[in-house]
Design a protein around this ligand. Structure first.
Ligand code: NAD
Length: 260
């Protein structure tokens, strides 16, 4: 199957590293025009944009903090001013925060994680949908996590934000379905990126993590990016309002792999 994003205008948040970088590159390779959002790593964003241009695709760099509604409004306006509309939004930016049990949590840190992981996608979707609703077309892909389902002690802000984002996907899909706009969640399991570097760099925590994955290995960024590309393409035209897990079956209670 040939995935074609020719001429599609795609905004990807948090695209200066990890999954966002490879999603932006994969979309560009399939013909999309890219809006590459970054928060604080301008050098990294410029390097990725130059890789994309060197491969013959068009890209603009957009600095914005997705947890700031005003900053998101400016970013989306700049994107639309440049490309004349928007076809694809990938709400990818996210952080997992500092581990803390609920009663030990710092309130401002807890709020920061929810603001970036849940309010951020809401702000971006809100601005982008204003255009998609007028166009009567578009796709929003929300990058959630296996933790939209799996509880994770010490990371309550992350799990509630991702679970909330999953419900935002379903609710928005109802709101815009009749307009031909699709909203999907992609839930990665353990993919090798900077967000979990401290886990895969340490042999003990790495072994503990691998035990939780029936496929027996971490996922690669390209495996997520290729799935994302399929989901935003017309080849996935009947998929909306649901979550696709890209997780090596992490979601499926791996403790039962050997019976029980
Ligand atoms: P990453 O740390 O490389 O990427 C996260 C990106 O978000 C970074 O580029 C960061 O600068 C950006 N960001 C953070 N705060 C921001 C803000 N306020 N405004 C704009 N951008 C901001 O890690 P990643 O693994 O590529 O994570 C991408 C997404 O995938 C996240 O939403 C994460 O929760 C999700 N995810 C990752 C994994 C995994 O195993 N890697 C698993 C499940 C879910």
């Amino acid at each position: 199957m040939d995935i074609n994003l020719k001429g599609k205008r795609a905004l990807i948040t948090g695209a200066s590293s990890g999954l966002g970088e490879v999603i932006a590159k994969e979309f560009a390779a399939c013909g999309a025009k890219i809006g590459l959002n970054y928060h604080s790593h301008q050098d990294a964003a410029e390097k990725i944009a130059s890789d994309i241009r060197n491969n013959g695709s068009e890209v603009i760099i957009l600095q914005s903090d997705v947890s700031d509604g005003k900053s998101v409004e400016v970013m989306v306006n700049d994107f639309v001013k440049k490309w004349g509309g928007i076809d694809i939004l990938v709400n990818n930016a996210g952080i997992d925060g500092t581990r803390a049990l609920v009663w030990e949590s710092d309130i401002s840190e807890w709020e920061r994680v929810v603001k970036i992981n849940l309010f951020g996608p809401f702000y971006c979707a809100r601005e982008v949908l204003k255009h998609m609703v007028n166009q009567k077309s578009g796709v929003i892909l929300n990058v959630t996590s296996v933790h939209e389902n799996i509880p994770w002690a010490g990371y309550s802000s992350y799990t509630v934000a991702k679970a909330g984002l999953s419900m935002l996907t379903k609710t928005m899909a109802q709101e815009v379905g009749s307009l031909g706009i699709r909203i999907i969640s992609l839930a990665p399991g353990a993919i090798k990126t900077p967000i979990n570097k401290n886990v895969w760099e340490n042999p003990e925590t790495f072994a503990d993590l691998i035990e939780k994955i029936p496929l027996g290995r971490l996922g690669e960024r390209e495996e997520v990016a290729k799935t994302a590309t399929f989901l935003v393409s017309d080849s996935a035209s009947y998929i909306t309002g649901s979550t696709l897990f890209v997780d090596g079956a992490m979601i499926d209670y791996s403790n039962f792999t050997h019976g029980g």
